[in-house]
Design a protein around this ligand. Structure first.
Ligand code: PEP
Length: 229
């Protein structure tokens, strides 16, 4: 299983360091085949070492240059960052990244050999139209994406389940993950209100290869509850 913590715009440089130090003291308890990823805010990136991988929540698809306010590969390389989240619904919907921009980022970071955790997900309106509409929407989010890329992990995150406390049901996850695996056979994470109370049932689903976690990843205790469940 993959356990990925997305801090979003939470934690500081200091609190991220404390979090990671505390986490590392407990990670010897995890199963050796399990993988832990931490996505802190960009200002908190550093050369952390331990049984986890630190990645960037976002970056601009350039090496370096005149892109005021952005961070490129040169800045990530300083800390050995080779993993990135692309296509999170907050970047698509709140920040306004189009599928074209998302695909451009994907192509650039693929070229750089980054491990890409690529997020897809539907709105409640689409979910209410049924699985065919959901799949049509999800497949449209692969437009311009090289789904054969070897360093590619998908995170299925229904938007209506993100940060709402309402996870998708086991049936909804089973149906959607089974359908997605037929389209792209890559490691597939579920994200959307994963917490201590539902990790066991979600992790037990066949086509769930891991979880991407927002709220429950913000404290080491609640994230460890997932990793060590
Ligand atoms: C996320 O934003 O990737 C996420 C899954 O958030 P939460 O766990 O808070 O629903």
């Amino acid at each position: 299983m993959i356990y990925a913590a997305n801090f979003k715009t939470n934690h500081t440089r200091k609190s991220t360091k404390n979090y990671i130090e505390e986490l590392q003291t407990q990670l010897h308890q995890k199963k050796s085949e399990d993988k832990v990823y931490i996505f802190p805010p960009l200002t908190a990136l550093d050369s952390f070492e331990g049984d986890f991988t630190v990645g960037a929540q976002n970056a601009y698809p350039v090496e370096k240059g005149a892109f005021t306010g952005e961070v490129g590969v040169e800045q990530l390389s300083e800390f050995g960052i080779k993993t990135i989240l692309i296509g999170h619904s907050e970047r698509r919907d709140t920040i306004g990244e189009s599928q074209g921009e998302v695909a451009k980022k994907f192509a650039f970071f693929k070229e750089q050999g980054f491990e890409i955790i690529y997020c897809i997900g539907e709105s409640l309106e689409v979910r209410e139209q049924g699985i065919e509409a959901v799949m049509e929407h999800l497949v449209s989010q692969f437009e311009g994406i090289d789904t054969t890329y070897e360093n590619f992990v998908i995170a299925y995150e229904p938007i209506w389940a993100i940060g709402t406390g309402r996870s998708a049901t086991v049936e909804e996850i089973v149906e959607t993950h089974n359908a997605l695996k037929k389209v792209v056979d890559k490691p597939l994470l579920y994200g959307g209100s994963v917490k201590g109370a539902n990790i066991a049932e979600i992790a037990a689903i066949d086509n769930v290869d891991g979880v991407l976690v927002g709220g429950a990843s913000l404290k080491t205790e609640t994230f460890l509850e997932l990793v060590l469940h």
